[in-house]
Design a protein around this ligand. Sequence first.
Ligand SMILES: NC(=O)c1ccc[n+]([C@@H]2O[C@H](COP(=O)([O-])OP(=O)(O)OC[C@H]3O[C@@H](n4cnc5c(N)ncnc54)[C@H](OP(=O)(O)O)[C@@H]3O)[C@@H](O)[C@H]2O)c1
Length: 219
Amino acid sequence: MKVILFGATGMVGQGVLRECLLDPEVESVLSVGRTATGQRHARLHELVHKDLTDLSAISAQLSGYDACFFCLGVSSVGMTEQDYRRITYDLTLSVARTLAAQSPNMTFVYVSGTGTDSSERGRSMWARVKGETENALLGLPFQAAYMFRPGYIQPLHGVVPKTRWVRLVYAIVGPLYPVLKAIFPKDVTTTEQIGRAMLRVSRQGYPKRVLESRDINSL
Ligand SMILES: NC(=O)c1ccc[n+]([C@@H]2O[C@H](COP(=O)([O-])OP(=O)(O)OC[C@H]3O[C@@H](n4cnc5c(N)ncnc54)[C@H](OP(=O)(O)O)[C@@H]3O)[C@@H](O)[C@H]2O)c1
């Protein structure tokens, strides 16, 4: 399987990259991002491209892939709807449309989050924008598309959140993970489980297009 990964420098993406490189059935991983991962591996290739809303200069290099794991995203905290939408919806859809044209046999996996609003009409800004993004992605002509909606994610194996305030939150909450897992087993997952679930759903599919933490963990 040939995989394209977006967001490989982030918390979720680092975990997904690790699982891809550990999987002997993954022939190659192409990380596409504005920042290099700094990692070296025989099966890891990187395209550093500053403006991901315009992939025209590199689009020819995005054909022939079996899966895209789209882990790029931002927190809505402190952002206007317009700015949040520019990254969450506009950038994601721009990338996805290019990939659907270049690699139509691909399975596209998007990371949104628990509470995403498929109706696109709720009061929560981030949930509406993520819902609109999911709905638009599900309408693109990929072989298959899956929306992952994790709740709490425990970073494992040295994975660190990209954003400073998120790192602080995890420094406080992370040690409580065993307790969270015991109390809310269906609402928590790990970077390892997300990566492995993405690989499995790309190989064998899943009965649902929208997957909550319990689905991710069952995969
Ligand atoms: N963390 C959680 O607990 C959690 C829970 C549920 C859902 N999620 C969702 O999972 C996704 C990933 O979250 P995360 O925690 O891994 O985030 P993160 O650690 O902040 O990483 C964000 C990633 O997105 C990239 N990125 C952000 N804005 C970009 C832009 N304008 N252009 C290019 N690349 C950009 C970053 O690249 P650079 O290195 O270049 O900045 C980085 O690779 C998000 O959609 C988030 O909503 C996260």
